[in-house]
Design a protein around this ligand. Structure first.
Ligand code: NHR
Ligand code: GAR
Length: 220
């Protein structure tokens, strides 16, 4: 069984989707711990209620980022994980931390990377007027939000959307693609070659999304 440690900062809905997938037997992985950088992270309560070990490494108690990173790494290593999953984790991690967990550290980002790295992605997508937005699971590298892409999901931006409506539409897809990415990792099907992720024995025939739909729309 692949041992997974999840890092969160807040609500933890992505964490909950991974716990649910693991509990249902859909993941050949065991969530061994959930660690937050904020003591008030809501997701800690969800994890504890499900009997998962929880921990807090409060970044505010460290003068330097490197000190926080070292304490966080030590807290993670206690659980001897095969995979470390950032799920709404809001602290940028330094190069030493990333090197220590190289190849076994993944993140979900609420945009179609490389568009909109960083914060406030839904607000920025609306401000730019893009018609397609989405989410990305990627391996974490020292280059923020630029690691090799594992899986992406696209959603339409609809007339009348606001930040909350768009965030909810993207989040629903995050809850689909993150368990899928962890399953592929746990099955040993992900290879990184020349900065690209290769999925062993991938299904043929990828879907196509066009938004808004052309008018008239022959296939519809
Ligand atoms: N660390 C590295 N090295 N590489 C990545 O790709 C990372 C990472 C750490 C977190 C998640 C990322 C996201 O999906 C992530 C990817 C936080 C910030 C940020 O600016 C940016 C991107 C992400 C996470 N954080 C502020 C900071 O100073 C603090 C913001 C806050 O506390 O609210 O660390 O979006
Ligand atoms: C998710 O949308 C996640 O993609 C995003 O924050 C939300 C966390 O929700 N992550 C980032 O913005 C990372 N900087 P959750 O706590 O309910 O999973």
């Amino acid at each position: 069984m692949t041992r997974v440690v999840i890092l969160i900062s807040g609500r933890g809905s992505n964490m909950a989707s991974l716990l649910a997938a693991s509990d249902s037997g859909a993941l050949p992985a065991k969530i061994v711990a959930v660690i937050a950088n904020r003591p008030d992270a809501q997701g800690l309560l969800t994890a504890a209620a499900r009997g998962v070990a929880t921990g807090v490494v409060d970044h505010r108690l460290f003068a330097e980022r490197e000190q926080f990173d070292s304490a966080l790494a030590a807290a993670i290593e206690v659980f001897a994980p095969d995979l470390v999953v950032l799920a709404g984790f809001m602290r940028i991690l330094g190069a030493d931390f990333v090197r220590r967990f190289d190849g076994r550290l993944i993140n979900i980002h609420p945009s179609l990377l490389p568009a909109f790295p960083g914060l406030h992605t839904h607000r920025r997508a609306l401000a730019e007027g893009v018609r397609i937005h989405g989410c990305t699971v990627h391996f974490v590298t020292a280059d923020l939000d630029h690691g090799p892409v594992i899986i992406q999901a696209a959603v339409p931006v609809l007339d009348g959307d606001d930040e909350d409506l768009l965030a909810a539409r993207v989040l629903a897809q995050e809850h689909v693609i993150y368990p899928q990415a962890v399953r592929w990792f746990a099955e040993g099907r992900l290879r990184v070659h020349a900065g690209r992720v290769l999925l062993e024995s991938a299904p043929d025939g990828a879907g196509v999304l066009i938004a808004p739909l052309p008018d008239p729309c022959p296939p519809c």
